[in-house]
Design a protein around this ligand. Structure first.
Ligand code: ADP
Length: 363
C-alpha cells in the first residue's frame, strides 16, 4: 500500500545550530489521523512545517503519496496547514478569507465561488459569508480556518495546535467536530498538540516526541497502557513510577527490587544488562482497599490516603506510601468499601503484573 506521508530520517538543524529534529521516521496511511505530542520545544511544529514546506529540511526525505516533495515549495505541495492563531485576514470577509487559498492557486472566479459556497454550507457558515473575520467568535474563526484549509482539497491537512486558543468547553465541541469531519472527508490529518488528552482522544496513532526525537509511535491505548520509554511513562497518563534494580525472571514474569519490595511486570524491551530499571504502573490499574495485612497478592503496597476526589463515577486518590512517595490511584469501583475510603485511612494497594511496564531508566 502506498503511504500518504512518509518521513525518512528527516532532520532539521537551524542556522544557529539548534538541532530541532533528528532522524524522524514515520509512515502515515491514507485517511489516518495522527497526532504529534510532546513538551514545548520538542520539535513538533518544526516537523509539521517541514511537511508543509515552510521550513527546509536539513537531511532526509519527505514523500507524499509516493512523490518526493523535499525540494518542492509549499504552495505546490498537496497539503494545507491550520495554525493556532488561525492566521485569518481581519479586514477580509469570511468568503474572501476562505477563498484566499484558491486565489493563490489561480482558480477561476466561477469555480472558486462555487467551492467557497459549498464549504460555507458544509461548515454552517453561510449566514456569516459577508462578515469581517474580526467580528466573529473564537469558535467561528476556528471553523473558517478549517474551511479555508479544506477548500483547496488537500491530500493532507496539517493542524498546528489548532484548538490552543479556545476555552475548555469550545475545545471539546470543536474536537468532536474535527473527528467527525475527518471521518467524513477521509483526508489524512496530521495534528500537533502539547495536550496528551487531545492526542489520545482524537487520533488513530500518537507520535510521542522528546528532544527532537521520536520516543514512541502507537495507538492511543498502546501509548497509554504500554509505554516503551521512561519519558513516555512519565509524560503520558498518570503512572506511578518505582525505581528498582536486580532484575529477575520467574514464572510470574520479570521483577525488580524496589523500596516497596519486589514489583513484577512485563519487560517492554530487552532489559538484560540494564542495571537501573523502573516499574510504571498506571493509576487506574492500581486496586485499593482497606488495610488487611494480606500479603498473598503480587505487587502489594501499603499507604495512607492523602486526598480523595470523586469525578462522576471515578474516584481519584492521592496515596502516600511508606517511604513518603505519593502516587495517584484512580478507580471506577462501585464497591462500598472502596467508596467509603477517606483521607487518613491506611490502605492496601496492588496491581496485576500484566499492567506493570518495566523500563530502562536513564536517571
Ligand atoms: P514544539 O513545536 O514542539 O514546541 P518547535 O519545533 O517549535 O517545538 O522547536 C523545536 C526547537 O527548535 C526548539 O528548541 C526551538 O527553540 C527551536 N527553534 C524553533 N524555531 C527556530 C528557529 N527559527 N531558529 C532557531 N531555533 C528554532
Amino acid at each position: 500500500m502506498m503511504h500518504d506521508l512518509e518521513l525518512i530520517r528527516v532532520g532539521k538543524t537551524y542556522p544557529d545550530g539548534t538541532v530541532a529534529v533528528s532522524e524522524f521516521d514515520l509512515q502515515v496511511s491514507p485517511g489516518e489521523f495522527v497526532a504529534f505530542v510532546g513538551p514545548s520545544g520538542c520539535g513538533k511544529s518544526t516537523t509539521l512545517r517541514m511537511v508543509a514546506g515552510f521550513e527546509a529540511i536539513t537531511h532526509g526525505d519527505i514523500i507524499i503519496k509516493g512523490k518526493n516533495v523535499s525540494a518542492i515549495p509549499a504552495e505546490k505541495r498537496p497539503t494545507s496547514m491550520i495554525f493556532q492563531n488561525y492566521a485569518l485576514f481581519p479586514h477580509l470577509n469570511v468568503r474572501d478569507n476562505i477563498g484566499f487559498g484558491l486565489d493563490v492557486k489561480g482558480v477561476a472566479r466561477k469555480e472558486r465561488d462555487a467551492k467557497v459556497d459549498r464549504i460555507l454550507d458544509m461548515f454552517d457558515l453561510s449566514q456569516f459569508a459577508d462578515r469581517k473575520a474580526d467580528r466573529l467568535s473564537g469558535g467561528q474563526r476556528q471553523r473558517i480556518a478549517l474551511a479555508r484549509g479544506l477548500v483547496v482539497e488537500p491530500q493532507i491537512l496539517l493542524l498546528d495546535e489548532p484548538l490552543g486558543a479556545l476555552d475548555a468547553n469550545l475545545r471539546r465541541v470543536i474536537q468532536n467536530e474535527l473527528k467527525l469531519l475527518q471521518r467524513e472527508l477521509g483526508i489524512t490529518f496530521v495534528f500537533v498538540t502539547h495536550a496528551q488528552d487531545e492526542a489520545l482522544g482524537l487520533s488513530d496513532r500518537v507520535i510521542v516526541m522528546n528532544n527532537g526525537q521520536v520516543e514512541q509511535i502507537g495507538r492511543p491505548e498502546e501509548i497509554y497502557g504500554s509505554p516503551m520509554t521512561e519519558f513516555v511513562a512519565r509524560f503520558i497518563g498518570a503512572n506511578a513510577i518505582f525505581e528498582g534494580r536486580d532484575l529477575r525472571q520467574d514464572a510470574a514474569g520479570h521483577s525488580i527490587l524496589t523500596a516497596h519490595g519486589r514489583i513484577t511486570g512485563h519487560a517492554s524491551s530487552d532489559l538484560r544488562g540494564t542495571s537501573a530499571i523502573i516499574a510504571a504502573v498506571p493509576a487506574e490499574a492500581i486496586r485499593i482497599g482497606a488495610r488487611t495485612g494480606d500479603q498473598s497478592v503480587p505487587n502489594r503496597l501499603h499507604g495512607t490516603i492523602d486526598t480523595k476526589h470523586r469525578i462522576g463515577s471515578i474516584c481519584r486518590f492521592k496515596v502516600s506510601l511508606s517511604n513518603g512517595q505519593a502516587i495517584d490511584v484512580e478507580t471506577a469501583s462501585r464497591d462500598r468499601h472502596v467508596m467509603a475510603l477517606a483521607a487518613g485511612d491506611h490502605v492496601d494497594l496492588d496491581c496485576p503484573p500484566e499492567r506493570v511496564s518495566l523500563l530502562p531508566t536513564h536517571s
